[in-house]
Design a protein around this ligand. Structure first.
Ligand SMILES: Cc1cc2nc3c(=O)[nH]c(=O)nc-3n(C[C@H](O)[C@H](O)[C@H](O)COP(=O)(O)OP(=O)(O)OC[C@H]3O[C@@H](n4cnc5c(N)ncnc54)[C@H](O)[C@@H]3O)c2cc1C
Length: 303
């Protein structure tokens, strides 16, 4: 039987209370949200926090809503929103179909019923699907700590495998995603078996001005793309007229943004190739969804 090292268990009743408990228990304390990453690590003794601060009772962290702000409309997604909630959200699906596509292939219903958006981002697993999806849409992560609140672009949030900018006494409260018309998004993932982590996955969100790409975000996971993004591929696509040659070029540049490891999920070359192909497929489907492209224009390639 796998048994975690001893720890103190506390339940926070509010964000302020959670911060107070983090301060009280010091640098070896950890928040627990869905527990689907932290508890297995504790059972394997890869993690041995001296205190667990449960944030499941904290109100105001579990909603998804659309807000109008000075900088335009944003979708607000609370840190304690479960994967299953994101999968079922009509607001998110209307603006970004990519999230439901990504959520449908994250683990299984048991994990999706408990695992949270905040936990997924803070776990910072190099194969996390939501990290790539949020990077593609240029989300912002909102963090609170003893010195107040701060906001960090998701593309600056992860600083390495299992590492984020969240400080010892801080917590993530929500993620915001900018929305604007004229775009579409798609997510493509290849896994060894249903419910597994990605061998490689790509999320593409793009916006059009007639037949020209005005903005694009390309998120990649499990292939060691810096900050989960393919910026050179984005730069090559922005301002270009849509055609199959462009899709092919963008896919090749996305593959070049990766630096995958050879492991039990496959050789590095295969993963790099897959990242490029999945980028192309997601890009074609996003273009078709945005109305700029049709399956007839893909030269027989898989949309
Ligand atoms: C069998 C299995 C298969 C899976 N497959 C996939 C998959 O295919 N794709 C995928 O993307 N994920 C997958 N996951 C991971 C899943 O998405 C988890 O939900 C996620 O890793 C962690 O979310 P959680 O809420 O359970 O976090 P927890 O385990 O509770 O916490 C994870 C870490 O985040 C910290 N944390 C949690 N919330 C906050 C917060 N608000 N502020 C600051 N720190 C916080 C914790 O202290 C801890 O360090 C899988 C998990 C399992 C168990």
């Amino acid at each position: 039987m796998q048994v975690p090292a001893p720890f103190v268990y506390e339940r926070a009743s509010s964000v302020e209370h959670a911060l107070e408990l983090l301060g009280k228990h010091g640098s070896e304390a950890r928040l627990v949200a869905g527990g689907h990453s932290l508890l297995p690590m504790m059972k394997l003794r890869f993690a041995a926090p001296t205190a667990l601060i449960d944030i499941n009772d904290v109100e105001g962290l579990s909603d998804i809503g659309l807000d109008s702000g000075a900088d335009g409309d944003v979708i607000r997604i609370g840190a304690m929103v479960r994967h299953a909630q994101l999968l079922d959200s009509a607001i998110v699906a209307e603006h970004y179909p990519m999230f439901a596509e990504a959520e449908r292939v994250i683990a299984d219903p048991v994990v999706r019923n408990r695992g949270t958006v905040g936990g997924s981002l803070c776990q910072a697993d190099p194969a996390e699907d939501l990290s790539a999806a949020f990077a593609a849409v240029r989300a912002t992560v909102h963090i609170i700590g003893p010195d107040g609140a701060r906001s960090v672009p998701v593309r600056e949030f992860h600083v390495g495998p299992y590492q984020t900018v969240v400080g010892e006494n801080e917590m993530v409260t929500e993620v915001t995603v900018p929305v604007r018309p004229g775009g579409c998004s798609a997510y493509e993932k290849v896994e060894r078996r249903v419910g597994d982590w990605a061998i490689a996955a790509a999320g593409v969100a793009l916006w059009l001005d007639d037949d020209t790409i005005s903005e694009i975000g390309i998120g990649l996971t499990a292939v060691e793309a810096p900050h989960f993004v393919a910026t050179a591929a984005e730069d090559a696509a922005r301002g270009q007229v849509v055609n199959e040659a462009l899709v092919e070029h963008v896919g090749e540049l996305a593959a070049q943004a990766t630096n995958p490891n050879t492991d039990q999920r496959g050789p590095a070359d295969y993963k790099r190739h897959l990242a490029g192909e999945l980028t192309k497929r997601a890009m074609r489907r996003a273009l078709i969804g945005a109305g700029a492209y049709s399956a007839d224009e893909t030269d027989g390639n898989t949309p």
